[in-house]
Ligand binder design. Structure first.
Ligand code: MSP
Length: 513
């Protein structure tokens, strides 16, 4: 059994979960479920990133203690995972003792090895926002935006992690490990960033400025910089589980690839004497109706609301079908409805209804055996064989959107096969040949539906299960076997009906006067 350790980014808890968080969890879940189906031993971690300035400020504004504040928001992320049927094995919070302990141990080790030193940090500081500013925060004319209030240049004593000495090693590592970053073209972006000399990383914040963090084990006047703390979650969650580290893949958004995941993280591990992760998958970003997601302007999609209204699997299907992993995509309600109605309700839902309906009408609800296989059956079967091989290969390469497209094309072909065979006509004929053909058609459509359901297992686990239930079928333990055409349902008693994707009664837009 191959070990497969998969993580998502851990989410900031200064706001409630949104569609971007939901996507990342669903994408990671599809990978985790797929690897389990392939027989790997999977460990799937997600969690929340709970320290830092923003959390401290937001809690203060709301008049609550930071711990009470993070407990509440972190619970919302746990609920999101449950709602979306995410199969994570663990959920880590950076405020947990198990995490803090490992962060302190790693820091102490690095300090003793001489990888951390004390130095002066000089920069522009906004007292109102309680943060150091960067040149990119300036207005185009060089002044500082209003929101920062008075900005002064200050010097502060801090601790620094020696990043620069590992720069050449990192460049070579990325060049030699072609599969380290997915999609491959993003590695270029990292190498481009590494053309400039790296600055050592300031990893401490004086306690008088920031209380809400993990104290440095070697100087209690400071807390740890939030990224240094957060990245270590991937290791701290499995530090006591032998054989799990290194991670097989870190799933993250493209915004946090450079520098945190592709630069700081491998160097932190190298310096601590730990092996680097095998790969990092950077996905794209969702916009909503063509513009940036924003709660304040109302350009916002509540993933939980969609899952409640249309079912978690419908949302999972849409997110995975619509976005090609690595690229950006736009979410619009109209597009969601198009896919829900035409692909799920009218195509897949229709195949389920017809299969149950006709098996009940013409065979007393019992799946018959194949008796008269002809060209139409052979063609559908060979389309399936091609589809199955492609679907597995596309899953392996994270091309889930194309895999879904192929599966739904197979559903379309099965519906066309039903039209061609027209069991409702064959059922009226007393001819023995027509009766044999009818039984063959019923067996073929049931088998096609079984295979469709199996192939959707990573993306739509509840749908797969429901279809298997109505077909009276329990899946083979190995996915590859389950995906083989084999007329396995003969003799099964099927349910009388199943509504997987209810037709929608959406309010019509109001008529204009
Ligand atoms: N806390 C850091 C990550 C630390 S990992 C050691 C963080 N948190 S976040 O809440 O801002 O983002 C969490 C994840 O959600 C990131 O991978 C980010 O890219 C992703 N997304 C946030 N908005 C998104 C979209 N609009 N679309 C897709 N994913 C997005 O960064």
């Amino acid at each position: 059994m191959k070990n497969f350790y998969l993580t998502t980014a851990i989410d900031y808890v200064n706001g409630s979960p949104h569609l971007g968080h939901a996507y990342e969890k669903v994408l990671s879940d599809v990978i985790a479920r797929f690897r389990r189906l392939m027989g790997d031993s999977v460990w799937f971690l997600t969690g929340t990133d709970e320290h830092g300035q923003k959390v401290q400020q937001t809690a203060r504004k709301q008049g609550v203690e930071p711990q009470a504040f993070v407990d509440k928001i972190s619970a919302e992320f746990v609920d999101l995972c449950a709602k979306l049927n995410i199969s994570n094995d663990d959920f880590i919070r950076t405020t947990e003792p198990r995490h803090k302990k490992v962060v302190a141990e790693v820091l102490q080790k690095l300090f003793e090895k001489g990888e951390i030193y004390r130095g002066e940090y000089k920069g522009f500081y906004s007292t109102r926002q309680e943060q150091f500013l960067q040149d990119k925060d300036r207005n185009p004319d060089g002044s500082w935006p209003e929101i920062f209030g008075e900005v002064t240049e200050i010097t502060e004593s801090n601790y620094f992690f020696k990043l620069r000495q590992y720069q050449d090693w990192l460049v070579q590592f990325i060049q030699e490990n072609e599969d380290f970053i997915f999609p491959k073209y993003r590695a270029k972006q990292v190498l481009e960033f590494l053309k400039e000399p790296l600055n050592d990383l300031c990893i401490s914040r004086p306690r008088e400025r920031l209380e809400w963090g993990i104290p440095l084990p070697f100087d209690s006047g400071y807390v740890t910089y939030v990224w240094f703390d957060a990245l270590l979650n991937y290791y701290s969650a499995v530090a006591d589980k032998p054989g799990v580290w290194p991670a097989t893949v870190h799933v993250i958004g493209k915004d946090i690839l450079v520098p945190p995941h592709a630069v700081y993280w491998p160097i932190m591990l190298k310096a601590a004497g730990l092996p680097p992760p095998k790969s990092i998958l950077a996905h794209g970003w969702w916009s909503i109706n063509g513009s940036k997601m924003s709660k304040s302007t109302g350009n916002f999609v509540d993933a939980i609301e969609y899952a409640d209204k249309y079912g978690a699997d419908s949302l999972r299907y849409f997110l995975i079908r619509e976005m090609s992993v690595g690229q950006d995509s736009d979410f619009s309600h109209a597009q969601f409805l198009v896919r829900y109605t035409s692909e799920l309700a009218n195509n897949l839902g229709n195949l389920v209804n017809r299969t149950l309906n006709m098996t009940n009408r013409f065979a007393g609800g019992k799946v018959p055996t194949v008796e008269a296989e002809e060209t139409a059956e052979a063609e559908l079967k060979s389309l399936w064989d091609r589809t199955r091989d492609e679907v597995i290969a596309l899953h392996e390469g994270y091309q889930f959107h194309t895999a879904l497209e192929r599966i739904l094309s197979f559903v379309t072909a099965t519906n066309a096969y039903i039209e061609l065979r027209a069991p409702w006509k064959l059922g009226k004929s007393a001819e023995p040949r027509d009766q044999a053909l009818l039984r063959t058609a019923l067996a073929t459509m049931a088998e096609a539906l079984r295979l469709t359901a199996a192939s959707l297992a990573a993306v739509m686990p509840s749908t797969t299960q429901k279809i298997q239930e109505v077909l009276g079928h329990s899946a083979a333990p190995a996915w590859r076997d389950e995906l083989r055409w084999g007329n396995r349902l003969a003799g099964n008693q099927v349910a009388t009906s199943a509504i997987l994707f209810p037709r929608l009664v959406e309010p019509k837009p109001e008529a204009k006067c």
